[in-house]
Every structure is written in structure tokens, then in C-alpha cells.
Design a protein around this ligand. Structure first.
Ligand code: HEC
Ligand code: HEC
Length: 300
């Protein structure tokens, strides 16, 4: 009997040691990636100062690229994820107020953060959707920066970020794109897409508007990476999914959050933002979605 106990005790301590070693290796490998710094030259752009540009920038921040969803309505920042085993991330205060970056950021710093996902000190911004914002054209980004610089100061100190064991494991496995800077070609400069009512402009909006971020690169829907398993999956926006839509149905989905024949969409679909997109923008998205090849649901 005692022998069995002794063997069990040995087995348990061996397992414990193994778990500690595996945990330590996981921690070291993930920390190395989290601590990596980047030297990004960035792309200098002229930031306008006129009030028209500021209004356009506000439209980008609210209706198109949805900065307010994570950085809060006043862009003074706030807790974005607070699931300790996964991650605790705080979306920065973007204003000139105390605790904000607005007072110290240069135009090039803004560009590097927004299009490259790199902080002023060269470290990676976690979960900031630079992967999508890398496609922002100079006009929209310039207007956006003009708007950010015009914001009334908000005094709000940020809280530190931390990444928990599950977040680290998912990141190493490649299931959680926690570090957008790793997946961006920092030398590439996106070609300017002129503003028009066209499928081409709709394609641009689908990227900088985060449709691809949630609905997938091929827009075929599925579980949104990084969200809890019980969260609503994104819908298939290819003809397999919304081939039955009319243009009117599409406007209704983006403006009112209602899908045909009249059922409400989950609030994870950000219609509170898309409802402020202009008719031309929504029409361009619609024109673009009609050119997307049909794909089975979740075919990412
Ligand atoms: C899905 C949530 C999300 C959205 C949408 C988002 N951000 Fe962020 N952003 C974050 C998080 C989280 C951080 C902090 C990352 C960190 O500290 O590692 C951040 C950091 C930043 C920073 C760096 C500030 C610093 O601390 O140095 C800038 C600049 C920024 N965001 C601008 C924007 C702009 C402009 C938009 C809209 C075009 C935007 N963000 C949209 C989540 C988001
Ligand atoms: C934050 C994630 C997120 C973003 C960003 C997002 N969506 Fe969605 N969307 C969803 C989810 C989740 C659903 C499914 C809602 C449901 O099933 O109730 C959805 C549903 C839809 C539907 C309804 C489809 C159907 O099956 O009837 C349309 C249309 C749509 N999205 C279009 C867009 C467009 C266009 C964009 C970009 C401008 C966009 N979405 C951006 C998460 C997102």
C-alpha cells in the first residue's frame, strides 16, 4: 500500500515539475514576442488643419473605423478586455489630457501607431487593429490625426496591460493575433483609393471599416478570433450568406441592425457605428460585396 502511495506521490511531483517547466517555457517564448521592438521609418504625411478635415476625421473615427468603440466616446481611453486568464488590455487615452498620448505624439508617431501597430517607444501595440488600419489612405489618416489633435483633453490615467496563460498559449498557437505589428509589411505603403461610389471604394471601406477583421479576410464569417467561444459568430457576407439581400435590406442591416425578414442582429455587429456611414459609403460596400466570390460559411 505504502509503495503505491509513494509511486503516486512521485508521479504527481513529476507532473507538477513538467507543468512548471512547460509553463515557464510558454512564458519565456511568449514574453520574447511581447517584448520585441520595431524600428519603423513610417510614412510622413501632411496633416491638414482646416475644419473640414477635422469633420472628416471625426467621421472616420466614429462611423468608419470605429476608434470610439475601444477608446470610448471621448477617446479618453478605457479598459478594453478584462479577462485575467486571457488578457487585460487598456485602450489608450488618445487626448492631450493627463494620462493621454495626444500631448506628446508627433504626426509620425500617430502614423506608426495607427498604420503599423507600433508604440512611440518601438514596442508593439497589443490588439490595436492596425492590420486593418494599415490600408487607411493618406487623406483619411491625415484627417483622422487632425481630428485626434483637436480633441478636448481628458484626464484619465491608463491601467497596465497583462497577458494571461490562455492568451499566451493561443498567441503561440497562432489563434490570437495579439501583435498586429508582426503581421504587417512595414515597408509597404497602401495605394491611395480615391473616394467614389464604387466597388473599389467599398473594398477599401471593408478593410479600414473592420468588416474583414470580424467577418474574415474572405468575408465568409465564423467565430471572431479572440472573442469568447459563446459570442455570436460573424455572418457570411459572400453570396452564400447574403445572396438573397436586396440593396434596401443591406441598408437596413447597416442602419438599423435588422436582417431580412425583420429579425434584430446581435449588437456585436456594430450598426451603432455603421448607421452613421453616408449613403455613398454604404452603397459602395454593397457594390463591393456583390463582387465577392461565394464561399461556404467560415471558409477563412
Ligand atoms: C478593437 C479595439 C480598438 C480599436 C477599434 C481601436 N483601437 Fe487603438 N488601441 C487599442 C488598444 C487595446 C490599444 C493599447 C494597446 C497597448 O497598450 O498595447 C490601442 C492603442 C492605440 C494607440 C497608441 C497609444 C499609445 O498608448 O501609445 C493609438 C494612437 C490608437 N490606438 C489609435 C486608434 C485609432 C485612431 C483608432 C481608430 C482608427 C483606434 N485606435 C481603434 C484598441 C483599439
Ligand atoms: C466587431 C465585429 C464586426 C464588425 C467590425 C462588422 N461586423 Fe457585421 N456582423 C458581426 C456579427 C457578429 C454578425 C452576426 C450577427 C447575428 O448573427 O445576429 C454580423 C452580421 C452582419 C450582417 C447581417 C448578415 C446576415 O446574415 O443577415 C451584415 C450585412 C453585416 N454584418 C455587414 C457588415 C459590414 C458591411 C461591416 C463593415 C462595415 C461589418 N459587418 C462589420 C460582426 C461584425
Amino acid at each position: 500500500m505504502r509503495k503505491i502511495f509513494r509511486a503516486a506521490a512521485w508521479g504527481a511531483s513529476a507532473l507538477l515539475v513538467l507543468a512548471l517547466v512547460a509553463g515557464g517555457a510558454l512564458y519565456i517564448a511568449s514574453q520574447r514576442r511581447l517584448d520585441r521592438t520595431w524600428t519603423v521609418a513610417g510614412h510622413a504625411l501632411t496633416v491638414p488643419t482646416d475644419s473640414l478635415a477635422v469633420v472628416r476625421g471625426q467621421h472616420v473615427a466614429r462611423a468608419i473605423s470605429k476608434c470610439i468603440d475601444c477608446h470610448r466616446e471621448d477617446l479618453g481611453g478605457g479598459q478594453f478586455i478584462d479577462v485575467p486568464l486571457m488578457a487585460r488590455l487598456y485602450a489608450s487615452n488618445l487626448t492631450r489630457g493627463k494620462g493621454g498620448v495626444g500631448g506628446t505624439y508627433t504626426d509620425l508617431d500617430w502614423e506608426r501607431a495607427i498604420r503599423h501597430g507600433v508604440r512611440r517607444d518601438g514596442t508593439s501595440l497589443l490588439f490595436m487593429p492596425a492590420l486593418e488600419f494599415q490600408f487607411l489612405n493618406d487623406d483619411d489618416l491625415g484627417a483622422l490625426i487632425a481630428y485626434l489633435k483637436s480633441l478636448p483633453p481628458v484626464d484619465r490615467a491608463r491601467k497596465p496591460n497583462s497577458v494571461g496563460p490562455i492568451g499566451r498559449a493561443l498567441m503561440l498557437k497562432g489563434d490570437l493575433a495579439l501583435i498586429p505589428a508582426e503581421r504587417i509589411d512595414h515597408l509597404h505603403h497602401a495605394a491611395a483609393v480615391p473616394m467614389s461610389v464604387s466597388a473599389e471604394y467599398g473594398h477599401y471601406l471593408s478593410e479600414v471599416g473592420g468588416c474583414t477583421g470580424c467577418h474574415g479576410d474572405h468575408l465568409s464569417g465564423g467565430h471572431i478570433p479572440g472573442t469568447p467561444p459563446d459570442w455570436k459568430a460573424a455572418a457570411n457576407l459572400t453570396p452564400t450568406g447574403i445572396g438573397h439581400y436586396t440593396e434596401e435590406d443591406f441598408f437596413r442591416a447597416l442602419r438599423e441592425g435588422i436582417r431580412p425578414p425583420g429579425t434584430p442582429l446581435d449588437s456585436l455587429m456594430p450598426f451603432r457605428n455603421t448607421k452613421h456611414m453616408t449613403d455613398d459609403e454604404i452603397r459602395s460596400l454593397w457594390l463591393f460585396l456583390r463582387t465577392v466570390p461565394a464561399r461556404a460559411y467560415g471558409g477563412r
